[in-house]
Design a protein around this ligand. Structure first.
Ligand SMILES: Nc1ncnc2c1ncn2[C@@H]1O[C@H](COP(=O)(O)OP(=O)(O)O)[C@@H](O)[C@H]1O
Ligand SMILES: Cc1ncc(COP(=O)(O)O)c(N)n1
Length: 267
C-alpha cells in the first residue's frame, strides 16, 4: 500500500497554531505522513512575534537533501521563507522532486509582524512562484504580488487569473478572509474560476488559518485528489477548524485541527 507523504518547508510556532506545527497537525488529521524542514525558528504566540532566528542556508539545504535522498514526497508546501538565499536554495532543490507544490506566500503574521525580508518579496514572486502547482495568497499577499488593490470579489477573480497568466503559477487560490461578508475563495486552475464559499464565523481566533488551509490542500494532493477536489475538502477542513477554534492565549487563538474528526463523531 502506498503511504501518502507530505512535506512542509516553513518556520516554527512554539504556541502550536501556525507554521510547521499547524502543518504537521493538519497532515496527521488528513492521514498523510508528515515531514518538515525548518527555515526559521520563530518565538511567537497568539499575541504576535517576539523574536526570530533564521537558520543558516547550509542547514536548510542539508535538511532538504536528507528528505529527498531517502523519503518519498507525494506533495509539498512552503510557508515562511525569510530570505532570498533561502528561496534560492529551495528553488535549486525543487527540480529534484516531482510532486505537486503548494506555495503559501507568507509575508506577515496575523498580528502584522513581518516574516520575510522586504527585498525578498520580488524574488519570491519571480523565481519561486513559477514552480508552484498552486499558490494560496490572502488579499494583502495577492495585492503585493500584483502591485494593485483588491477590493471586491470581482477583483479577487481577476487577481487569481493574473497570478497564473502574468506571474506563471500553475494555479492560484485567492482567499477572502480579509474581505467582509461570506468567506469566499477563488481558484483559477489555468482554465476556469472555481469558487469556494462558507459562512463568515465571528471569532478572533484565526491564528494559523492560512497555514492550516494550505497544509490541508497539500495533504489531499498527496493522496492523489485533483486540485479542485483538494481545495473543496480543505475549505471544509479549515471552516470546521475555525468554527471550533480555541479561546486559548490572550490574543488571536488557534484553530481546532481535530474539528472534522469531532464532526464525524470520532472522539
Ligand atoms: N471569520 C472567518 N470565517 C470563516 N472563514 C474564514 C474566516 N476568516 C478566514 N476564513 C477562511 O480561512 C481561510 C484562510 O483565509 P485568510 O484569512 O484569507 O488567509 P490567511 O490566514 O493567509 O490570512 C480562507 O478559506 C478564508 O475564506
Ligand atoms: C512561522 C509562521 N508561518 C506563518 C505564519 C502566518 O500564519 P497565519 O496563517 O495566521 O497567517 C505564522 N504566524 N508563523
Amino acid at each position: 500500500m502506498r503511504i501518502p507523504c507530505s512535506l512542509t518547508i516553513a518556520g516554527t510556532d512554539p504556541s502550536g497554531g501556525a507554521g510547521i506545527q499547524a502543518d504537521l497537525k493538519t497532515f496527521q488529521e488528513i492521514k498523510s505522513y508528515g515531514m518538515s524542514v525548518i527555515t526559521s525558528v520563530v518565538a511567537q504566540n497568539t499575541t504576535g512575534v517576539q523574536a526570530v532566528h533564521h537558520l543558516p542556508v547550509e542547514i536548510l539545504r542539508n535538511q532538504l537533501e536528507s528528505i529527498s535522498s531517502d523519503m518519498p514526497i507525494h506533495a509539498f508546501k512552503t510557508g515562511m521563507i525569510a530570505s532570498k538565499e533561502m528561496m534560492k536554495a529551495i528553488a535549486d532543490w525543487i527540480p529534484e522532486v516531482s510532486a505537486p507544490y503548494v506555495m503559501d506566500p507568507v509575508m506577515v503574521a496575523q498580528s502584522g509582524d513581518p516574516l520575510i525580508e522586504e527585498e525578498s518579496r520580488t524574488w519570491l514572486r519571480d523565481q519561486l512562484l513559477p514552480f508552484a502547482s498552486v499558490v494560496t495568497p490572502n488579499i494583502p499577499e495577492a495585492e503585493d504580488l500584483l502591485g494593485k488593490k483588491i477590493e471586491t470579489t470581482e477583483d479577487m477573480q481577476i487577481a487569481a487569473e493574473e497570478i497564473v497568466t502574468k506571474l506563471g503559477a500553475g494555479a492560484s487560490l485567492v482567499k477572502g478572509g480579509h474581505l467582509n461578508g461570506k468567506a469566499v475563495d477563488f481558484l483559477f486552475d489555468g482554465d476556469k474560476i472555481h469558487s469556494f464559499s462558507a459562512e463568515r464565523i465571528e471569532t478572533k481566533n484565526l491564528h494559523g488559518t492560512g497555514c492550516t488551509y494550505s497544509a490541508a490542500i497539500t495533504a489531499y494532493l498527496s493522496q492523489d485528489c485533483d486540485l479542485v477536489q483538494a481545495v473543496d475538502q480543505s475549505k471544509h477542513f479549515v471552516t470546521a477548524a475555525i468554527r471550533s477554534s480555541f479561546n486559548i492565549g490572550s490574543g488571536s487563538g488557534p484553530t481546532n485541527h481535530w474539528a472534522i474528526r469531532e464532526e464525524a463523531g470520532h472522539k
